[in-house]
Design a protein around this ligand. Sequence first.
Ligand SMILES: Cc1ncc(COP(=O)(O)O)c(C=O)c1O
Length: 199
Amino acid sequence: MYRSDLQLSPDIAGDYDLSVYLIGMPSYFEADKGLSVCVSSWQRNADNALPPRTKASGGYLNSSLAIHDAKQAGFDSAILLNQAGNVGEGAVMNLFMVKDGELITPTTDADILEGITRRTVIELAKEQSIPVVERTINRTELYTADELFFCGTAVEISWCAKVDNVKISSKEGPISRKLHESFINLPTTHPGLFTKVPS
Ligand SMILES: Cc1ncc(COP(=O)(O)O)c(C=O)c1O
């Protein structure tokens, strides 16, 4: 969705309009391989600079810088800390950590994008009586997590094997697996959520 007059001006003015494109998406990551990510030296853009809760195209520069750096250093992707120095999210994906049976994810005031997949994961966990805690996550908690996974429209649910070369797990953990399976099975278990696109 955009708003623009034919003008060279940074003022957001003019009529609102909507442009839609459809594009086939190959898998973002290798499904069976756990991700190896780093904590980026790039910080998540702050709410009073470029609101992260909006999916604004300009905001993607933040994720791009982190992903580019991470790939250059041999990682699959990156985690961005927010301006307070706490965990925000993965680059273009929200983050969940499992610790002592609890599913923990940063709060919506942690400079994250409030992703629709994040919301779905929380709902699926609640349906399965997995305790969900939204709270601040410190960087070093990542290293001691029992399980870690990312979620988003593009990455779906992708488990994380290593953060900063610190091993988290060698296979998808049981809670991540359970949520991943229920996510994949959503069209069967919750058919009302899906609308058939006319061919
Ligand atoms: C920065 C960022 N965080 C998280 C997400 C995941 O959001 P969603 O589940 O709505 O795709 C995205 C998706 O594009 C994103 O760009």
